[in-house]
Each structure stands twice: as C-alpha cells, then as structure tokens.
Design a protein around this ligand. Sequence first.
Ligand code: TEU
Ligand code: CA
Length: 558
Amino acid sequence: MQKKWWKESVVYQIYPRSFKDSNGDGIGDIQGIISKIDYLQKLGVDVIWLSPVYQSPNDDNGYDISDYYNIMEEFGTMGDFDALLGELHNRGMRLVMDLVVNHTSDEHKWFIESRRSKDNPYRDYYIWRPGNNGARPNNWESVFSGSVWEFDEQTGEYYLHLYSKKQPDLNWENPQVRNDIFNMMHFWLEKGIDGFRMDTITTISKVTSFPDAPIVKENQYQPATQFYLNGPRLEQFLGEMKEKVFSQYDIMTVGETPGATPEEAIRYTNEENGFMDMLFQWEHIEADPGTGGKWAGDSWNLLDFKRVMTKWQKQLEGKGWNSLYLSNHDQPRQVSRFGNDTEYHAESAKMLATCLHMLQGTPFVYQGEEIGMTNVAYESINEYRDIETLNMYKESIAAGKDPNELLVMIHKKSRDNARTPMQWDESAHGGFTSGIPWIQVNPNYKEINVKKQIDDPNSVFNYYRNLIQLRTKYSIIVYGSYELILDDHEQIYAYTRKQEDKTLLVIANFAASIQEFRWDKVNHFSVKELLISNYEVEEKLAPAITLKPYEARVYLLH
Ligand code: TEU
Ligand code: CA
C-alpha cells in the first residue's frame, strides 16, 4: 500500500457560515476562521475542508454558486482567502475547497445567458427540454422536493435541477462546460489549495433520454436516482478531470458519492487508474438515500453498522481508500444520533470518535463534533433555515400532514442540526457573534462549549486531541489491516488492526448499559500499552472485561 500524506491526515470540516463571525453581522466569515487557526492547530487536525465560500445568493448556503472566481461578500474578500491559505500553509496545514460543479446558481452568468434564448451560446450549458404535451418532461423528483423541472417562460422550455430550482444542473455532455470547469479548478489549484471535496460528483452524468421513473410511492414525483447516479458517462468525465487537472498536482480529492457501492468505490479510487483519492460512502448513515427515505426514520442498529463498516473496510483494503465520517453539514449530530446526548454525553461522544478514528481510512471531524455538539430542537418551523427542511415542510403541510409530527421528524433529521453556530464559550450566542446569528445557537451552549473543555484534560475536546496525536505516532492506526471480532455482539463493536507483529485491539460499547467483553484470543497476546480509553481503567486485558456504558478502549498488543 502506498504511503500518502492524505492517508495520515485528519480533516476538519468548516461550515463557514456557522463557524465564527468576526464583524458582528451574525454570519461566520473568513476572518473568523483565521482567528481560530490556533484552536484548530491545538486540536491537531492538519487538513481543513471549507464548505463553499464562493459568491452565492445562498439559496442553499453557498452550494448554489453564482461566481466561482470570487468570494461571497458576507464571508470576506479574495485577500482574506489568500491570507487564510497563507496562514494555514505557514503552519504546515492544508486547505481543501468544496467543488460544486453538478450545478450552479440560477444567478450565475452562464445561466442568465442560457435562459435568454434557445440560440444563446450558453443555452447548452444547462439541460433544457420542451414540455411533454403541456406537462413536465418526466416525473423525476428533486432531492429538495417537487419536480426536477422548472418551466421558464422566456423560452417556453423546462430546465433540470436535481436540487433547488435555484440550482440548475450543468450539462456535462457539453465539452465547453467541462473545459470551463477544468479551467476554474486550475485557477484555485494554481493559488496553491491542496485539494477538492467534490460535491454530489456522481450525479453529473444523466441518462439523456430522461425516461419516466417507475412509480414507487404515492406522490406526483418519483425518485429517479437510477437515471442520474453513476450515470453512463460519469467515468469518462471523471477520467478527463483527472487527466486534465488532478494529475498535475499533489492534492487530495474526495468525492461525495451517495449510494456508491464498494465496487464503484474501487473503480473510482484505486491507485492505478482511479479518478479520486477517496469518497464518502453513504451506507452507514442512510440505509436508503435514493427513495426520499431520509425523513422516513432511522433503521439504525449496531449489527447493520458493523456489517456495513466491515464490508467497506475489507473490500477497499489495498485497493482504494476509505474516508471515515459520522457527521457533516448535511447530517444530524453524531452524539445525538448514534450516542447518548444526555446522561452519557461525553462518554458516548468519545466512544464514537474512538471507534471511527481507529478504522482504516482518513478521519473527518465536522466542526463542533470535537466538543460533542448535539442536535437542536427549535419549537417553531420559523427558526429553521435549511431549504431541504423548509421545502419538505411546505410540501407535507400542503398534503395535509400534521405540523407537530413534521417537527418531530425535523428535530431528528434536519440539516440545521449540524448548522447551529459553533459554541465557543458561555457568552451570548455561544461567543459565535456579537450580533444576531443567522440561525439560533443551540440553547445548551452554556454546558457545551470550547472554553469549558479546552483546559479540562477529561473533556471531549482533549480526547479528540489525544486520538489525533496517536495517529501521528502509530502507523498501525493508518495502515494496519482490519478484522472484525465478536461479529454477532449486538452492543459491542470490537475489531483489530494488524501490522507486522503488532495488533491493535479496539473495543467500543455502544450501549448505555454494562456489557461483558469476552474474547478467547486474548491469551495469544500480551498488552504492550493501553493507548486510550474514555474511563479510568487498568492496563490489563483479561479474557473477559466489564465495560461501562459507552466505554471504549484501544490496546496495543504483541
Ligand atoms: O449534498 C448532496 C446530496 O446528496 C444531498 O442529497 C444531501 O445528502 C442532502 O443534504 C440530504 O439531506 C451536497 C451538499 O453536501 C449539500 O449540502 C447540498 O445541498 C447539495 O449537495 C447540493 O449542492
Ligand atoms: Ca460576519
């Protein structure tokens, strides 16, 4: 297996709007990020992934870009951006940008031109179709509710938008579109950025006959991922991107790939002829992302989780590379979703981190995760900001659903769970802003905040710090091979990592109850070191040990 800097790194994702406001307008910004680099360095992460900071009307918080070559005014200037990049590089840290090229904003100059007339030179930059006897071209459902087609009066045709109607999909079939995108990527790479996180990259190739999707649910519009996920020309487009752009730089690339299988992942990420370094697989966080199953509820259980993680660990081993994440700006907070955000808040936050960071792959920490930030439950829909949440709510209310039931679902799954302001201290709005934040802070900021944790050796923050340090000291954590043990245990996730004559044993109790860990192979080993644990425990490892609620331990054996 090749050694690579991005395999040895830990990535920290910043959602700039919610990270730190420097000028009191209630919106996080680049100067705010710069003011927290010391903090990030203390945590020990070495790669920062910035969610989009490009110019945008913010229909989807920057994932709708109106100018790829400029910084969003609310976030600062290109000068601020250059300063951030310089500061990070001075400290030996790296910066990865979000690459959002499945779509642009409808306020991008290409789209403004495109919608003007059928013979405009930019017409084919987007996907236009005539109506189907006065109806929409097909029945595909948008990820953000409603149809994927929006009628445009000016030319009497419909344009495709998989996401919001203010996010028209680019037409990747058009070689000029690809060229313009590749040039834009060079612009940022020439500035010296260290890679890209590629937003919804596996949807750029569509089945261009746009057939109706089969009816699988009671709704006017139907999920149609089979016609646009991993589409017919995807690998050709990615191959071109690699040849014309990626291959010319020493960078890190990670694709967002909902619904990808391990087979696809190996094709996309293998070291000889893959297109990207790693991808975000989805199986462990959403059983059924393609059918709008997100709001339907969680069927999460530990046996499934172990099975899915093990499948990805084993199948990619030596062939591709895993990214490791439980949280991002689109997902609920991990401690609320998979752990226990009340009685065992700190214990379960640490346990989840241990379990994830000891797997093979590159760990991603989402802002606030390192202090155990939790889901939020606003009482009124008026406090929500996320377009996906608001569209779903409107559509469901129109269909006669009960608003209280909808709020329950939203409390569990809304993307705004991850987008409440970063909790820096116990002052107003968690120290995020001196003004009024664009979205309300989680009311628990007085208990959960950076200031309280930073000097407390037992805090979640310092646990993350220790975990990240371990990675830099023990190459077995990066490169060791993975083996699941106690396969059928319903509450304990335990596995080993092996490298030469060394073995790492990772034990994580996912339950709020006491569990017995019993492993007959213990006798084959002797304990070299207890590397980390989230309770005070003795170094020794017996064939049977009693695990406290959410207890986690990592042993180095030989
Ligand atoms: O998300 C792509 C994606 O697959 C969405 O379905 C996403 O999972 C959705 O948030 C589910 O709740 C990316 C970005 O991460 C997301 O923030 C953007 O809204 C989206 O692309 C459009 O750019
Ligand atoms: Ca600001």
